[in-house]
Design a protein around this ligand. Sequence first.
Ligand code: SF4
Length: 900
Amino acid sequence: MSTVTLYIDGKAVEVPAGSTILQAAQMAGIAVPNLCHHPFLKPSGACRMCVVEVEGARALMASCTTPAVQDMRIFTESPRVVEARKTVLHLLLANHPLDCLTCEAAGDCQLQDYSYRYGVEKSMYQGQRTSYPVDASNPFFLRDYEKCILCGRCVRVCDEIMGVNAIDYAHRGFKTKIATAFDGTLQESPCVFCGNCVTACPVGALVPKMQKGQGRPWEIQKVRTVCSYCGVGCQIYLHVRNGKVVGVSPADGPANRELLCVKGRFGHDYLHHPERLTKPLIREHGAFREATWDEALGLVASRLSEIKEKHGPAALAGLASAKVTNEENYLMQKLVRGAFGTNNVDHCARLCHASSVAGLAISFGSGAMTNSIAETEGADAIFVIGSNTTEAHPVIGSYIEMALKRGARLVVADPRTIDLAHKADVFMQQMPGTDVALLNGMMNVILKERLYDKEFVAERTEGFAEFAETLESYSPEYVEGITGVPAGTIREAARLYAKAERAAIFYSMGITQHTTGTDNVMSIANLAMLTGNVGRESTGVNPLRGQNNVQGACDMGALPNVFPGYQKVDDDAARAKFEKAWGVTLPSAPGLTMMEMMNAITQGKIKGLYIMGENPMVSDPDLGHVDETLDDLEFLVVQDIFLTETAQKAHVVLPGAAFSERDGTFTNTERRVQLVHKAVDPPGDSLPDWRILVRVGRLMGLEMDYSHPSEIMAEIASLAPNYGGITHDRLGTAGLQWPCPSRDHPGTRFLHKGQFTRGKGKFMAVTYKPAAELPDEEYPLVLTTGRMLYHYHTGTMSRRSAGLHAHRPAGYVEINPKTAQDLGVEDGDMVSVESRRGRIHIQAAVTGTVPKRVVFIPFHFVEAAANVLTNPVLDPIAKIPELKVAAVRVRPSEKGGAGE
Ligand code: SF4
């Protein structure tokens, strides 16, 4: 890399060629004031606060736009510079509230900081001031126009990073303001309320409502931790005052670099919701009564032990949680295996990415995201299939936006015209459940046109001949008949992806939640291997994991067939290692998956179930059946932070702690283990889940002796080779990406470099199989389900966040305008949606987002629960249910209310 050397305030500074003077000064630790500059944004040079004197130059130069040149001599605080900055401050303060130096943004306002720094107490210019009322019309943040200095950072963030363009400068001259098109409310605009404009605002013009009036910056303690919603793993600061979380701001984490989405920024007020559980509850005579911990845990241990004694260990089961820490998931599977004596342990990965774990393990030898989130920016082509990334993993959606701004090309395949579809170079709208055909069609083109990477295929893979033969029959014309995607579009997508130097695939539950989920995943792996897009930076196969710690729960062995670190339970050597470490004898037969557990309960084989932080009464398919099934249990324990729909059916409810009330680690979708820090105490008598599990374990005779989660992580590291080098004290703010086998290992940014985990990558000959339930005369429409931006999973947290709930209070079914017309339904009407498993009443959203034969329902709303309708039929390998395809009929309805 070529460099230049320049002199800033007399100090020699060597910087990469192409750096600006401002960047050079920052590298030298010299703080040059600036207001409109932001490291993520293109320099604009508008505010003139960053001017510097350059020896030999006639005028002062804006340091944020002026390149650093060899031997340049710069003065950042010369009298001319200081005078110019004072003038800028006088001009800004001339049209600013008079209380600037005492305003409540103090400590968080650069204008105020600079005014103090340069001794500008009051503007020397007097005149008219613009006066627009504060805009408080949205549920998340305020815009105080009088404090706005029109630096434009919010406008540029909304454009350059989010690609949303909800706001711009409106009016001109003295009346200029930041506004939406036609100066309407943000709700009427494309705004997604990510709050990244609030973060970018250098003054106090944009303020989260939750933080307003909650104290001055110096009264607030900021605790760094990780967002509790999705698997991106954004780092945040929790603002704590008087033992309460009173606000959230972004931290500069490796996955999010100060970006957040609406849930991370504004959705954490559920932490102090009055419905938080504060005491253990015991069901007596059909109702709950409060109990002491000794009483509740004594009952849990004795009832579970009785069932074990009477019916054997296989009559017990446990569900771990994608929401709690790695350490707690480790303890849960240890409790089930070591104290219950069974491998009947699973968690909600079974409902989201079990097919990724299974499929990628078969193809590559490791079932995790191959590359890192930040590498997205370096991709030349991005293929998003079955992932509504901007809604389900919004910050990764922002990385895709940034890559597009830099010239990357985008292919999107989705049954719905999702947000990214509008930005795609090629959009393929396939019928739900036809992904294998679509992918085979693309690979048929790549083979026929000899666009594949022959060297990579020859050296790094096996099974090519049989696989290539399978593709023969998948001509684009044939595939068009199955998927509905025009043959020409399939060809275009195949060429775009195959010709890119670095092409990355992103997928999510649109791929995995099918009876062919494992086949879908293996097809994606085939495509990446065929084009040599694995084992290199900014390429890869990237399953976007749903919940904040679903990757970690899998890593910790909260699965029925593997111990922590994916070591098989039927491997004698692995089992012997865990038996020695835990001082118990362990079962060798793999246990039951989540859906198999439900069937085993119905058959009377499982009689006792311990559920930690999961809500199958909303998340599982065919909810009517789940409801009846849980009633069949002799003993149900639920450990959670709210009395969820599942907890309401329990015999004992144990109040756990939220993520902000304990230490530990989460592992995000890119395999990065990150520290979670305790910020406040759990409410009432509630306890961190690890403390509860330790007490239950001891009462059931299992040796569990830990005084802090770091000790649990030390045990994990001693037993799981991919976590071998991970300790709390090494994680810092950057975390570590597994595999990290030893204490001197730096972690692994991308997998399969030079060699696949299994040695050679395995091409799998995969053929198209239709979904299990196709539309017919009786049920003529295809229901597909998914997430939406403003809510999360079963709604337990997001629906208790005031802003998120106010913005999106209810569910809806998306219906194509033509279908709606045929049904006699108008936008906003109540309709009934019915499948062979049940019926719900829900509001219609008439939209071209879905094609004619498809309807879509977000699954977060229990009162109109999509999963009343979904099909519990399973993928034969991963045992994941087909949540993405069910045959339904829709009829106009006058009723409101729940499923029947
Ligand atoms: Fe939280 Fe995910 Fe949003 Fe990041 S993208 S703030 S992790 S919900």
